[in-house]
Ligand binder design. Structure first.
Ligand code: FMN
Length: 192
């Protein structure tokens, strides 16, 4: 992936990457990406985020194996086309919800914050754009939020009960440039 530094071009060309090459992301780049995250605005400047960086592929595989059957159950009755497509991929034994990316950064929000869901989402978007500007691909893996209900994972990751998983973001180098998915025309009301 080539770097995209102009902000508008960066925003327009960022894609969710679901195929990664076997190349690590260096810790300096991960720190730069997290630093971009913490420059996001937050309600009352509460900065309620907390980050867990996972580079242990065995652990990511265990987390994926935990989430896969739960997701299949959740999606069993879906009639949504995109969800059906995702379910078909989930059904394959070797499907990894993290797409075998080398790094997972979990953005957690403190329940003591004022608006942790908004704040951490803005933080995560900053991180994905920063990654893109460094030529690093990313994807928000919402399906991984299911690990929250597994006490063993929470303890292993050192996540205390006052924090909630909001944005699990994988990082890595894209195997190929993803195609742009269809973006709807915005519905806008102008009041002049
Ligand atoms: C809250 C949220 C949860 C998401 N969860 C997943 C996920 O679990 N797996 C996945 O492959 N993509 C996930 N995505 C990525 C979206 O599918 C993606 O943003 C969307 O298809 C648009 O593509 P783009 O990011 O390339 O513009 C998630 C995105 C958001 C914002």
């Amino acid at each position: 992936m080539v770097p995209h530094n102009g902000i508008l071009e960066n925003i327009r060309t960022r894609r969710s990457v679901r195929e990664y090459i076997d190349k690590d992301v260096c810790e300096e780049d991960i720190k730069t990406i997290i630093d971009a995250g913490v420059h996001a605005p937050s309600g009352f400047n509460s900065q309620p985020w907390f980050f867990v960086v996972i580079k242990n592929r065995g652990m990511m595989q265990r987390m994926s194996d935990h989430c896969r059957p739960l997701l299949l159950k959740e999606l069993a009755e879906t009639t949504d086309e995109v969800a059906i497509d995702f379910r078909n991929r989930l059904e394959k034994e070797d499907f990894n919800i993290f797409y075998n990316a080398p790094v997972l950064v979990i953005v957690l929000g403190s329940n003591e914050g004022f608006t942790p869901d908004y704040d951490c989402s803005l933080c995560a978007q900053n991180m994905m754009l920063a990654a893109h500007s460094l030529g690093i691909g990313s994807c928000w893996i919402g399906t991984a939020c299911l690990i929250q209900d597994n006490q063993e994972f929470m303890e292993e990751l050192g996540i205390t009960p006052n924090y909630r998983v909001i944005a699990p973001i994988v990082l890595g180098y894209a195997a190929q440039e993803p195609e742009e998915p269809e973006k709807k025309e915005p519905e806008v009301v102008w009041v002049r």
